[in-house]
Design a protein around this ligand. Structure first.
Ligand code: F6R
Length: 587
């Protein structure tokens, strides 16, 4: 959330930052800004709106050093003034995170002074300038300990021919180039620019110049940080003829399943070590990651018969979790940087539980905290709405459940690959257009199902509401009659998922109840008897059978496609839904 890029030692630095910021818009897109440094002179431009609104200003931003920011507002509405960078005297700052005590600091150091913006970030630029005595490290020593909250700060100073980076909780990486250096909030921003990176640790600061990168630890002592390969590939950032990243990423679901299955087999032994002796499992995550945990619970309880609780990370942290050394906490996060999930993992680890991360981000904070990481090999996901990472998470959880049950994961990996083939065929051939039109016209869409189908219904509802803004809820099919049925009328659409033959008749009862109340119903099913029984009464989307436990991967793709098509019909941008951003690194 909030994208940051900085480059030093690069001709036309502001142009490079501009291009790379565009790749980071999924982290926030309500305003953007760039500051450049040219022979000790800082210039900047910042605006409400998308990164492209800065294009005309680049001609005024000279020099070999520049920093940029694309914002997802936390403190202060989206506006030109509140856009980053924030500049005071010799310092210009971009920030990801929240300075929680900014009001108190303002009162203490700048009482009566009128600030330019309403943000929590301006205080950082002001403090740096206030404490500046010609020695930047000294200035940081005085400023950073005062800041409470979280930050990835990227700073330029008129007196320093380079960039200063500081980290407390929010991720930031630095990259090595030939006679130049880079920094960014995400690996993807540096794809194709540099092959080697370092990840700053909590409390680190770094000084980037064209001669190299110097690191300081939280005590402001010189330290080294290891160089790692930058896994981000620039090819992954291309749309390859697809109109949107969301569609491209749905089409990549099959390959993400196959790659995740292969990667699991390679890491299985390490993961098994941490699972041995587990007598209770807690799964935690947010949003889509939480929804994948609902399915993970069913896998683990069915295969291994170990009790599992699933908790949203933001709630779990504050519930005084009860864990023992035999509790395994599975923390699921595409980005590995979601603040609630990372903090929940940190907390339970400190209480003695083992933590297994299920993540698409091998260098993330979550991976660092966890005892072991189950890789989700979805590749870069750019659309704000999670798609291929969700099915990747389900694949990883399926195999992890087999490990817990001492079952053959290789057979499981083969089954996943068969499912991936079916999904690839389905994406090409499923026509969801009529249902999408009904959803786009409706007053609300209810996704229902039982057991695993209910878990997919929950995800279908999240996907639809977040990118089309059509009100939507996911319900267990049996719960409808206990309240929600009151909402059903001719303007509503209900999408019922029936992919478990044993429960089919029960879910069909719910369908009949909706039809009796004149609600429109569509049924996503792989059960031939259901097709026969409901044909003519409900719209039927018949899908192939992937088996009870892998059907959620296929029905999930159908609801993803439905959300995508509905969003297009309503003229929404499916890749950048309003008010949202990917990687929620603030609480
Ligand atoms: C929904 C979506 C979000 C994320 C959630 C957690 O499509 O993408 O609900 O799933 O913000 O993000 P990660 O998985 O990065 O922790």
């Amino acid at each position: 959330m909030c994208g940051i890029v900085g480059v030093t030692g690069v001709k036309g630095a502001s142009g490079v930052v501009y291009k790379r910021l565009s790749l980071l818009e999924y982290r926030g897109y309500d305003s953007a800004g760039i500051a450049s440094l040219d022979n000790g002179k800082i210039s900047f431009c910042k605006r409400r709106g998308r990164v492209f609104s800065l294009a005309g200003d680049l001609k005024n931003l000279h020099g070999d050093t520049a920093i940029g920011h694309t914002r997802w507002a936390t403190h202060g509405k989206p506006s030109d003034e509140n856009a980053h960078p924030h500049t005071a005297g010799k310092f210009s700052v971009v920030h990801n995170g929240i300075i929680e005590n900014y009001s108190a600091l303002k009162e203490k150091f700048f009482s009566g002074v009128k600030f330019f913006s309403e943000t929590d970030t301006e205080i950082v630029a002001r403090l740096l300038n206030y404490f500046y005595d010609g020695d930047i490290l000294n200035t940081l020593k005085k400023t950073l300990p005062l800041l409470q909250g979280s930050y990835a700060l990227v700073v330029i100073c008129a007196d320093f021919d380079g960039i200063i980076v500081a980290r407390h909780k929010n991720p930031v990486i630095v990259g090595y180039g030939k006679n130049c250096a880079y920094t960014a909030s995400d690996l993807s921003a540096l794809a194709g620019l540099c092959t080697e990176i370092s990840v700053l640790e909590d409390g680190d600061t770094a000084f980037l110049t064209k001669h190299g990168i110097e690191f300081y630890n939280s005590e402001f002592e010189r330290t080294e940080r290891s160089k790692r390969e930058n896994p981000a590939q620039s090819a992954e950032l291309e749309l390859n003829g697809c109109p949107h990243y969301m569609l491209k990423e749905i089409r990549e679901v099959p390959s993400s399943i196959i790659k995740t299955a292969d990667a699991y087999i390679c890491t299985r032994d390490k993961i098994k070590r941490y699972l041995t002796g587990a007598d209770r499992i807690i799964i935690t995550g947010c949003g889509t990651a939480y929804n994948s945990g609902l399915i993970g619970k069913r896998y683990i309880e069915s295969f291994a018969r170990i009790p599992v609780e699933v908790e949203t990370a933001g709630e779990f942290r504050y519930k005084q979790p009860i864990v023992t050394k035999n509790t395994v906490v599975i923390a699921i996060s595409q980005s590995g940087e979601t603040a609630d999930t990372v903090e929940a993992a940190r907390l339970v680890k400190s209480l003695g539980a083992k933590v297994i991360a299920v993540t698409n981000s091998p260098y993330s904070e979550l991976t660092r905290i966890a005892d072991a990481a189950v890789p989700v090999e979805a590749g870069q996901e750019i659309c704000v709405a999670a798609t291929k990472s969700y099915t990747g998470q389900l694949s990883a959880l399926y195999l992890l459940a087999l490990t817990l049950a001492d079952k053959d994961e290789k057979e499981g990996a083969e089954a996943l690959k068969v499912a991936a083939d079916i999904i690839a065929r389905t994406i090409e051939h499923t026509d969801i257009g009529t249902l999408a039109e009904a959803c786009a016209r409706s007053s609300g869409v209810y996704f229902i199902g039982r057991d695993l189908d209910f878990a997919v219904a929950t995800e279908g509802s999240l996907k639809l509401k977040e990118i089309s803004y059509v009100p939507s809820e996911g319900y267990p099919a049996g719960e409808l009659k206990h309240g929600t049925l009151a909402l059903i009328d001719i303007k509503t659409v209900s999408v019922c998922i029936i992919c478990d033959g044993e429960l089919a008749k029960k879910s069909e009862n719910a369908v009949e109840q909706i039809i009796s109340r004149k609600g429109k119903v569509a049924v996503i099913t792989n059960v031939p008897e259901t097709v026969n029984r409901l044909k003519g009464k409900a719209e039927i989307i018949e899908i192939e059978d992937c088996g009870k436990f892998l059907s959620p991967l296929l029905s999930a793709v159908i609801v993803q496609l439905l959300a995508y098509k509905t969003a297009l019909l309503l003229d929404r941008d499916p890749d950048k839904p309003r008010n949202l951003a990917k990687s929620v690194t603030v609480e």
